[in-house]
Design a protein around this ligand. Structure first.
Ligand code: CIZ
Length: 372
């Protein structure tokens, strides 16, 4: 279906951005991807903003990076790269000197900081500074120093969703795709039988199941993933026979034990593409599940997802304002940049395993916490 300008009512306008014939033509490929995820009315309102963002992006040579869990209209409408936080930071760090003087990071604040830490010469914008994360707010630099006093010989591995201040107190950073490998590398480097792993208690427990290293965990959980239960998975299986269940490792270990696959957002995307399952359920954040469904029209998705209020703070109008005003900018205190960068770079230096798990189709109840 081509969306014509005639359908646009003046009331359905954001500021003075109208749904014109030009907007309809220019955004038609985006509409084809989003059809089914947005209503017609939504589209009349959002297409002109997408169009204006794309124009401004070109004028200012801005790059828009988006986390896998961003809204579909951001992921498919305006983003140049949609990946997990490690891949986005790595991508930003590898840009040519003259490319993209401005980067807009669509994700939560803790994902924008590593981009600034690895690409300090660029202007890094986050469309809403209040986009935080329950995990990142749950631990401070002072907590870390206290923990380290208790376990002075143990290396510290911090999940990527922590503040730069916490990363600066850590020996390594990790994401859910490489947590097991990072924990093992840290233990080996420090010659320690145990590792301090924070802040996600569920991720820590899921990692502990995959390694012989003792994990000393912090005590918080992600407000999105902790809401899923094993009972929900059993109900889903009863209602949708043959469904393949993918769980994020921030879910409780009892939930992961009931899943066919446990992995990061990138790992889940790969599983959808390679497992060949016809019916899937993604036990994670709603927009992530919507984006994967849009990419894989041949797969029937059941979506008992939970919305992440932090991720959802990033919207098209806020991205537009960020581009117009070149703000809010992400700044990382100079005193912590160096130490935070060391922890992030150590993570990036751990090379991915040689396709050990990626393309293999494993039987039910597998874990993939050793991803690339
Ligand atoms: O590293 C990320 O982007 C996070 C926090 C989760 C994931 O699984 O992608």
């Amino acid at each position: 279906m081509t969306r014509g300008a005639r359908g646009a009512a003046p009331l359905l306008m954001y500021r003075d951005h109208r749904f014109t014939d030009e907007v309809a033509r220019a955004t038609q490929p985006v509409w084809e991807r989003l059809h089914g995820l947005l209503t017609d009315v939504d589209w009349l309102l959002k297409a002109p903003i997408i169009h204006r963002i794309i124009q401004l992006k070109q004028e200012t040579r801005t790059l828009i990076l988006a986390h896998n869990s961003q809204l579909p209209e951001i992921a498919y409408g305006v983003a140049d790269k949609v990946r997990d936080s490690r891949q986005l930071a790595q991508y930003a760090a590898a840009l040519d000197k003259d490319d993209a003087p401005v980067i807009v990071m669509c994700g939560v604040h803790f994902m924008a900081e590593p981009v600034k830490v690895l690409a300090p010469e660029r202007t890094v914008l986050i469309p809403d500074v209040a986009a935080s994360w329950s995990l990142a707010e749950s631990i401070t630099g002072a907590d870390m120093r206290l923990l380290k006093q208790h376990y002075p010989a143990a290396p510290v591995v911090s999940y990527v969703n922590t503040s730069a201040e916490v990363k600066a107190e850590s020996d390594y950073c990790c994401t859910s795709s490489n947590a097991v490998r990072v924990v093992e590398a840290a233990a080996k480097e420090f010659g320690s039988p145990r590792v301090l792993f924070e802040p996600d208690r569920n991720l820590a427990a899921n990692v502990a199941k995959e390694t012989s290293i003792e994990i000393i965990a912090w005590h918080v959980t992600c407000m999105v993933h902790d809401r899923f239960t094993p009972e929900l998975i059993c109900e889903l299986r009863a209602h949708v026979p043959g469904v393949r269940v993918l769980a994020h490792p921030e879910c409780p270990p009892e939930v992961c034990a009931e899943a066919d696959f446990t992995g990061s957002t990138s790992g889940m995307i790969r599983d959808v593409q390679t497992s060949g399952a016809a019916k899937m359920v993604m036990v994670t954040e709603c927009s992530m599940a919507d984006n994967v469904a849009a990419e894989n029209p041949g797969v029937d998705f059941v979506r008992p997802c939970v919305l992440c209020p932090h991720m959802q703070r990033i919207t098209l109008p806020k991205i537009l304002t960020a581009l117009e005003t070149l703000s809010p900018q992400v700044e990382v205190d100079e005193n912590i940049v160096h130490a935070a960068r060391r922890a992030v770079e150590r993570m990036l230096a751990i090379s991915p395993p040689r396709s050990r798990h990626h393309h293999a189709i494993t039987p039910a109840r597998s874990s993939r916490l050793r991803e690339a």
